[in-house]
Design a protein around this ligand. Structure first.
Ligand code: GDP
Ligand code: MG
Length: 209
């Protein structure tokens, strides 16, 4: 699924959030630098080459329709969740219900502590439609607090008006994914050292019996 050989890495990113928050708009903005207004509901998987910190990365982005069932069991069974190395969770700053959904998604993901690597799953929370501040119903502080409590990154952006902040979202996530891959690799290294040491001690114990 994910490769970390030398300088190259594949990162699988799933973009989640309720309908109409601008998931497709964010992805299309990131990939093409353009805002086209209407996107339809077609499920899409994009592959994109990015250079972050001078390193070439292959980024796969899954733009999937929203499913109502956010229970832990159904989420864990979902192919896209198993496939993911990181998540972009999107709400609209004008849509309180969409923020509540992101909050529930975070809780669901956090209850997955028993799943190896899931507790530290890189997540970025995005409050979109910042240009519609006159219709705002979710304060920036609320988004920031949610991110702080869940150890996620947080951005408020406008897919309609700003390319740079959208770029930051995806590049920030790629960075976090890379860090998590490196620490998983390190952990695997430590685990194998511990394993071989305990094998040696186990042998010594049986020798001395
Ligand atoms: P999705 O269902 O989450 O994929 O949402 P879409 O990307 O299809 O966007 C839903 C609607 O919101 C479309 O009409 C977009 O033009 C609009 N939209 C998306 N992002 C923004 C934004 O940053 N500002 C404004 N004003 N409208 C946006
Ligand atoms: Mg869409």
């Amino acid at each position: 699924m994910t490769k970390l050989n030398g300088q190259r890495m594949d990162a699988n990113v799933v973009v989640l959030g309720t309908d109409n928050v601008g998931k497709s708009a964010l992805i299309v903005r990131f990939l093409t630098r353009r805002f086209i207004g209407e996107y339809g509901d077609i499920e899409s998987l994009y592959t994109h080459n990015v250079v972050v910190d001078g390193r070439e990365q292959i980024l796969n982005i899954w733009d999937a329709p929203y499913s109502q069932d956010l229970s832990f069991e159904s989420l864990m069974c979902e192919k896209r969740v198993q496939w993911a190395d990181g998540f972009v969770l999107v709400y609209s700053i004008c849509d309180r219900a969409s923020f509540n959904t992101v909050s529930r998604l975070i809780q669901t993901i956090k209850t997955a502590k028993d799943f190896v690597g899931f507790e530290k799953m890189p997540i970025v929370i995005v409050g979109n439609k910042r240009d519609l501040h006159h219709r705002r119903t979710v304060l920036s502080e609320e988004g920031r607090l949610l991110a702080l409590s869940a150890d996620c990154q947080f951005y408020e952006v406008s897919a309609a008006e700003n390319y740079h902040s959208v770029l930051m979202v995806f590049h920030g996530l790629v960075d976090r994914i890379r860090e998590s891959k490196v620490s998983v690799k390190k952990l695997a290294g430590i685990k194998s050292i511990v394993k071989s040491m305990s094998a040696v001690f186990a042998r010594r114990r049986t020798d001395s019996l």
